[in-house]
Ligand binder design. Structure first.
Ligand code: SAH
Length: 241
């Protein structure tokens, strides 16, 4: 079933595709009146629709039915990711969105090698990558990439989630499996460090903020591998895989 995001809520039972979505629906998929299509508001609600009319600019769809999107994980997962080198963040954003992260918060910590002065254009690019990934994999929520913030803010915000995990390469006691044994909250945050890892004082601050320090095993994973491995494990533990 073709699937598109719409920006406006239904009006008089009708949703209208415009711009690139209309072009894709009309020219590429050649949708015709009477055909079924699913439209999504990007905030978790799907609308089952029937195409009513197609012209050069717009595809008008009549809503038959609406329901929560069937493609969202049961948990709302936020990835707090220390800025990695080069363009690695692009890959991380794409994979995190495919796996089901709802929000991505890039942050700067002590050992971040990458220290761009102007991050706005990078954030814009990551947002476009997130939207493309969400379309490609059929998400019901359009994940948002937040502006880059300092470590202390990231830790404080991550600590607000019901299950707040800090992936720490020097953690020797608690593994992820053990940390999740008591169950998952509805909101989950994951704080991941940069290539250089966390400074000891950051690890201490993360724990003080209320995050649970967890290990992903005895091998050191690259900073782009760690969030993807942890996301997959959390989805599995939450019954989403
Ligand atoms: N340079 C550091 C490793 C950094 S790995 C060192 O040699 O110790 C980058 C980030 O990935 C870490 O900060 C952590 O958030 C995560 N990570 C990698 N391997 C991990 C592991 N085995 N357990 C928990 N977190 C890990």
């Amino acid at each position: 079933m073709p699937r598109f995001f719409v920006e406006q809520p239904p009006q008089d039972g009708v949703l209208t595709l415009e711009g690139e979505s209309a072009h894709h629906a009309a020219r590429v998929l050649r949708l015709r009146p009477g055909e079924a299509v699913t439209l999504c508001d990007g905030r978790g609600m799907d609308f089952d629709c029937i195409v009513e009319s197609v012209d050069r600019q717009t595809v008008v769809c009549r809503v038959q039915n609406s329901h929560p999107a069937l493609t969202e994980p049961a948990q709302r997962i936020t990835l707090f990711m220390a800025l990695p080198k080069g363009d690695k963040m692009e890959w991380i954003v794409q994979k995190a969105v495919e796996l089901g992260a709802s929000e991505i918060v890039p942050y700067l910590s002590k050992n971040c090698v990458s220290r761009p002065d102007r991050t706005e254009s990078k954030v814009e690019r990551w947002r476009r990558i997130a939207v493309e990934a969400a379309k490609q994999c059929g998400r019901g929520v359009l994940p948002f990439v937040q502006p880059v913030i300092p470590f202390a803010q990231a830790a404080a915000r991550a600590a607000q989630d019901e299950t707040a995990l800090f992936l720490y390469e020097n953690e020797r006691q608690t593994g992820l499996r053990q940390a999740l044994a008591g169950g998952l909250g509805d909101t989950v945050s994951l704080l991941v460090g940069p290539e250089g890892g966390f400074a000891p004082e950051e690890a201490e601050a993360a724990r003080r903020a209320g995050l649970k320090s967890v290990s992903l095993g005895t091998r050191i994973l690259r900073c782009e591998t760690a969030p993807i491995a942890a996301l997959a494990a959390i989805l599995y533990a939450g019954g989403n895989m």
